[in-house]
Write a protein that binds this ligand. Structure first.
Ligand SMILES: [Zn+2]
Length: 542
């Protein structure tokens, strides 16, 4: 067999390169495995052929089984489907790991779904209302038509102002949104300058939270307390239904969350989130003292089962099976769209990482475990329950044997944008490790490393007990402007090429962590943090 001179040169180049990478930074990055992972992902479809495998998974989590509000019937159906799929891919120890929401400080999470919605202004003229019932609110028991009143309740003083004026009314409770001309493109990618600024930061500064006001007026706990007072006031005053809107929700978009779950949720007033342009027209008519009548017909269902689950699956390790690397994302979503960018995208990528690594039958020393969490939108509760059951209770901080054996956890929950880097979460020891891992991925990502903390999602549950938990820097695209917790969070808004890129990068990171000599360096064990009443995470969940 004659060996072509070019081939000798390229083989020695590849060998030279891998030797260089490992020698320089004591991180061995196997370029051959990287090539196989890329081929497995990019060869899995797309490019004019059948959809990429990751998009097939996403389709099932959205169009077929979305939305996935924690404990809703769709959420449970999506969980069963995921278990079937993971088993089909040959993964081990696939299960729905149960946890109970009964004792949550913000109230148990019942099953709840919308089974019918229509809304319209019927006086002074007819106008359809683009809207969606807020989670865990009651239906209208048939069509409900009533006079509308504008009663934005933002401060304690407003209770006095509207006392005695709301009985038998449909109440508009939000401030009137201001809708300036939308001159900025709804979607964007980070510029090199923006990425360099992030990389240049020396100490962790809290990342800007999606949806949280620039200068937060109330803490999450205070916001919850006020919402509770407002809820009670509206019920006591005899309001029939409330309507809300935000400035973010314009041009047919609407955004929303959930009503309070303390007390008997089936008594929650019907509550609807509507698009801003519908809200402002009604508000202006009322400000001009033109009588307005609205009509809604809402059907919602509560199911009492407050038990929830996290989806888990494994690829058992070879040499060190007791040591574990975890990859994951939250599986639950809000119900306004189909929970596509938040967070079927992260869940589909984490499942894809497992599919690729399993399909390539790669020898990995440590066990790789998938965690798809529930209860994230309500307060990171699924991942917190998992961490408490397996690793440590942050209230007492007594690490278990499993705590010692966990190397690290990788999370994706920032929409559909491709990976541009990673947040160190204050763990400076990880910088040289990530630098080496990213060095081999330069064709896919600039791989910026920022010391920043990023908040509001499930890696925090691991970080809270001193375990390395990381979230990636992702391109913002139209997450903040259009899809995050909106009615347009749907399959069409997910970018296939970005998801494929994320699957390759995250699969390589997980492989590196599962094969490197040592477990990932970790920060000091934090001091115990006794739970605060109605403990909610420091920032609004993402
Ligand atoms: Zn999320």
């Amino acid at each position: 067999m004659t060996v072509k001179p070019g081939l000798v040169a390229s083989v020695s180049l590849v060998l030279g390169l891998s030797a260089l990478v490992s020698a320089q930074q004591s991180e061995h990055v196997d370029l051959n495995v990287l090539h196989r992972i890329k081929t497995a992902e990019l060869g899995s479809g797309g490019r004019g052929g059948p959809p990429a495998k990751v998009m097939d998974t996403l389709w099932n989590l959205t169009d077929r089984y979305g939305p996935r509000l924690t404990n809703s019937s769709q959420f449970r159906a999506a969980g069963d489907w995921a278990v079937g799929q993971l088993k089909e891919w040959g993964l081990s120890n696939v299960a729905l790991e149960k946890w109970s929401t009964a004792e949550l400080p913000t109230g148990p999470i019942p099953g709840w779904q919308v089974t019918g919605y229509s809304g319209a202004m019927v006086e002074p003229s007819w106008m359809p209302i683009i809207g969606m019932p807020v989670a865990w609110t009651a239906g209208t028991n048939g069509p409900l038509t009533a006079v509308a009143v504008l009663a934005p309740i933002a401060t304690a003083a407003d209770f006095e102002k509207f006392k005695g004026k709301l009985k038998g009314k449909i109440v508009l409770t939000s401030a009137i949104p201001d809708l300036p001309l939308p001159v900025t493109a709804p979607a964007s990618r980070y510029t090199p300058e923006q990425l360099n600024d992030m990389a240049a930061e020396l100490i962790p500064v809290p990342a800007r939270n999606l949806g949280a006001p620039a200068t937060p007026v109330l803490t999450p706990a205070e916001r919850r307390e006020f919402a509770e007072k407002q809820r009670k006031f509206l019920i006591d005053e005899g309001a029939l239904l409330t309507v809300q809107a935000t400035a973010r929700g314009e041009t047919g978009l609407l955004f929303g969350g959930g009503a309070s779950r303390t007390g008997d949720v089936t008594h929650n007033l019907p509550q609807v989130s509507i698009t801003a342009e519908n809200y402002t027209r009604i508000a202006r008519l009322l400000q001009h003292e033109v009588p307005v009548q609205l009509s809604f017909d809402i059907k919602t269902e509560f199911t009492p089962n407050t038990e929830s689950f996290n989806v888990v699956a494994e690829i058992p390790g070879a040499a060190k099976p007791q040591e574990v690397v975890m990859v994951g994302a939250h599986f639950d979503s809000w119900h306004y769209g189909t929970g596509a960018t938040d967070n079927a995208a992260g869940s589909a990528v984490a499942m894809e990482v497992m599919r690729i690594l399993k399909s390539l039958n790669l020898k990995m020393d440590r066990t790789v475990r998938l965690g798809l969490w529930s209860g994230e939108e309500e307060g990171l509760y699924g991942s917190a329950a998992y961490v408490k059951a397996h690793f440590a209770d942050p209230a007492v901080m007594k690490p278990t044997a499993e705590h010692a054996n966990l190397s690290g956890y990788f999370n994706i929950d920032n929409g559909t944008g491709r990976i541009r880097g990673v947040y160190l979460q204050g763990n400076e020891m990880m910088r040289p490790v990530f630098e080496q891992w990213f060095a081999a991925l330069k064709d896919l990502t600039p791989g910026i490393i920022t010391i920043r903390n990023t908040t509001g999602t499930d890696h925090l549950s691991f970080d809270a007990v001193g375990l390395p938990g990381f979230q990636f820097v992702q391109d913002p695209l139209d997450y903040d402007s259009r899809t995050h917790h909106s009615n347009m969070d749907v399959y069409d808004r997910v970018q296939a090429a970005d998801l494929e890129q994320m699957a390759i990068v995250e699969a390589m990171f997980v492989y590196n962590a599962a094969t490197r000599t040592d477990k990932l360096p970790r920060k000091e064990l934090p001091a115990p943090t006794p739970p605060t009443p109605a403990a909610t995470p420091a920032a609004a969940p993402k």
